[in-house]
Write a protein that binds this ligand. Structure first.
Ligand SMILES: [Cu+2]
Length: 703
């Protein structure tokens, strides 16, 4: 059993802890590479003032947040060997004299670092012209500036990715959003992918820190020093290469990054799921993911180890492409997260023993207020808009256990995509987002005559969520330069954790479902394991898989006899239609997420099911709600060889075993070069060595 209260996956490493002032003192007197890097982790009386939320400056239309934390800047010793571009950049902002940084120095450093966090490298000569698309693709173009800069400063870094062969698309304009050069919104992206010849390369570092996104400091984990992590951008058809470095050695955490909803056709090993597609990335080591942006739209990436995703290891992922309706400005991602004042890992023990705990607060793009009156801390999310301009908002529910309804008072929303699937636009006053789901919406700023500012709300649905700061997950949508406190009222809504109506979710590229070649039923139940801890079961099996023995390693070793607790279902045949009926008699909703596929929703509702199936262009997406005491009938084609996880996206439930895995086309996984056995074994050997040295214990389902 772990004894400390956060993040630890095993025994505690006896690192010398120091306060901020001690560290600065150390650096001043002895700038040696041996300085402890993580001296700031302990929550000290200094921590509160250390964790100033400093939102990087963005364009006027862009949203506030995410926060970059001061520690991310300060903890790097200038004398240390700098092994990544981000670290080099961070270090360059620490004055040689090592005096305490002034707020303006910090601000300047954060600004530069926030640019550098994106660390894009585009390996295509024609990509240098991308900066000229400013007016049509605002969010991308901001980053494109960075591209040129970082590329030139990294001449010593070589890239092993393929040489450019194709043609990037310059994008579209506010009046031609349905277009995408030789392609458009009607192109069937399931079969057709632009060859851009562009490889986008990113460097991410996962580290521990004290963060106070709502003004309350607590231990957290962050990517490149921000919560949420930096939004990554690509264009439809690009190759994406991401180097992930694990710096979680204070808490002895392995890690991985899963690219939620990315199809990973032919690249199953880059799906980033520990115990399934890889061993954990060992602290102080790097793992490189490579995949193709076959789809486009809005998604996110997050750790797929333990509950790290909900302690801060998550970020937005935007793939530019056509859209099913026009808009003026891409306002970027809006991340909705619950945010307890204890770590998810600490609360996991409560969840296992006595059920889901009340969570303290929630954040909009990594920021919110907490408390009231004079004791209120934190800052609200703000979004400045111009009258008569339309904005695309990319909503992401990255919560652990909170179902949100999103709305902006007095403004209607035009919904244009669900997950990575463009849909026929429909109007709504609010949208319902289960954990793991995304909706892209367009809002027209046309209410300036009514008020200067309006509440933008993420409302936790009490039917399935429990947040202390319930009615105060709000940002400000404002027309004036300064955000003033709005005096506006929410749209009426029904408190509910159901998906949007299937009749409104009509995929723009229609696809029909054929009769099943294979089908199965699975019943979701909950019970106590021998240790009297809650576990979820699918057909009487609760998943328990092991970090050191991922499914792909077993396949590489030619094993094909699975442990019952692996919860593996074999789908050996190519291009068959699979139907899976998931049912539960327990009144708890579960957002079901399938890796490697956008699945079709043939039926969904509360029991009893009358057997009706929608096979003509049904909704399809990567995450859908299994209603409490209800059913979800899913279908997909076996068109993607690999080991694919299916699980409930409630953090507690995933870690409590609510998961299955499908080994799709076993023979081809082995024969088609999908497994890079060398990389797989190297990662596992490193992890096993670390495990042996520190005695890491696994307390959860393994995914
Ligand atoms: Cu669940």
């Amino acid at each position: 059993m772990r004894k400390d209260n956060w993040g630890t996956r095993g025994v505690h490493l006896p690192l010398e802890k120091k306060t901020y002032l001690q560290l600065i003192e150390d650096i001043s007197t002895n700038p040696s590479p041996q300085l402890p890097k993580y001296a700031l982790l302990e929550m000290t009386p200094r921590a509160e003032s250390l964790s100033i939320p400093a939102a990087p400056p963005q364009s006027s239309s862009a949203a506030a947040g995410p926060h970059l934390y001061e520690e991310a800047l300060l903890r790097i010793s200038p004398a240390r060997v700098q092994h990544t571009p981000t670290e080099q950049k961070l270090a360059s902002h620490i004055p040689q004299s090592n005096h305490l940084l002034s707020p303006s120095e910090i601000s300047q450093g954060l600004d530069d670092v926030s640019q550098d966090c994106l660390s894009i490298k585009v390996t295509n000569a024609s990509a240098k012209n991308r900066g000229e698309t400013t007016t049509t693709r605002p969010t991308t173009s901001t980053r494109t500036t960075t591209t040129t800069k970082t590329t030139t400063t990294r001449t010593t870094r070589t890239t092993t990715t393929s040489h450019p062969t194709g043609t990037p698309c310059a994008g579209n304009t506010p009046d031609t959003r349905s277009q995408w050069c030789d392609y458009d919104i009607n192109t069937n992206y399931h079969d057709t992918i632009p060859d851009t010849g562009v490889t986008r390369e990113y460097w991410l570092e996962i580290d521990e820190l004290i963060a106070s996104p709502d003004g309350f400091p607590r231990p957290a984990m962050a990517i490149n020093g921000t919560i949420p992590g930096p939004t990554l951008y690509a264009d439809w058809g690009d190759n994406v290469v991401i180097h992930v470095r694990n710096l979680l050695h204070e808490t002895l955490n392995g890690t991985s990054i899963h690219w939620h909803g990315i199809r990973q056709q032919g690249s199953n090993q880059d799906d980033g799921v520990v115990s399934i597609t890889q061993c954990p990335i060992t602290p102080e080591h790097e793992y490189t993911y490579r995949w193709r942006a076959q789809q486009y739209g809005t998604t996110w990436y997050h750790s797929h180890m333990g509950l790290q995703a909900w302690d801060g290891v998550a970020g937005g992922l935007v793939i530019n492409g056509p859209a099913s309706a026009d808009y003026d400005v891409d306002a970027g991602t809006i991340f909705l997260n619950d945010w307890p004042h204890q770590t998810a890992d600490e609360l996991f023990w409560v969840a296992q023993v006595s059920g889901p705990p009340t969570l303290t607060n929630a954040l909009i793009n990594g920021t919110n207020v907490y408390g009231s009156g004079d004791s209120q801390t934190g800052e609200r999310f703000t979004l400045k808009v111009e009258e008569d301009t339309s904005y695309r908002l990319r909503l992401i529910n990255g919560a652990l256990d909170t179902h949100f309804k999103f709305m902006i008072d007095n403004h209607t929303l035009t919904v244009i995509a669900m997950d990575l699937v463009p849909i026929e636009p429909f109007e709504a006053t609010s949208v319902s987002l289960a954990m793991g789901q995304r909706y892209d919406v367009i809002v027209k700023a046309n209410q300036a005559s009514v008020a200067d500012s309006f509440w933008l709300r993420a409302i936790p649905q009490q039917a399935c969520s429990d947040i202390e700061n319930l009615d105060n997950i709000r940002g400000i949508f404002h027309y004036t330069d300064e955000a003033t406190i709005p005096d506006t009222n929410p749209w009426p809504f029904e408190d509910s954790c159901q998906d949007e109506l299937a009749s409104t979710l009509i995929p723009k590229v229609p696809r029909n479902v054929q009769p099943p070649d294979w089908q199965d039923n699975t019943l979701a139940t909950v019970g106590r394991n021998p240790a009297n801890l809650f576990r979820w079961y699918l057909n009487s099996t609760t998943m328990e898989v092991f970090w050191e023995n991922p499914t792909l390693l077993q396949i590489a070793n030619e094993d094909n006899v699975w442990e019952q607790s692996s919860a593996i279902i074999d789908l050996p045949n190519a291009d068959e239609w699979v139907y899976l009926i998931v049912n539960t008699t327990i009144p708890v909703n579960h957002p079901i997420h399938l890796h490697g596929h956008d699945f079709f929703i043939l039926a969904q509702g509360t029991n009893p099911w009358d057997g009706t199936l929608q096979t003509s262009n049904p909704p399809r997406r990567d995450t859908a709600v299994l209603p409490g005491n209800g059913y979800l009938v899913m279908a997909w084609e076996t068109d993607n060889p690999g080991a694919w996880l299916m699980h409930c996206h409630i953090g507690w439930h995933t870690t409590e075993g609510f998961a299955l895995q499908f080994v799709e086309r076993y023979d081809e996984i082995r024969s088609e070069g999908i497994i890079d056995a060398k990389q797989l074994k190297r990662t596992c050997n490193l992890w096993n060595g670390y495990d042996e040295e520190f005695g890491i214990e696994q307390h959860d389902s393994g995914v």
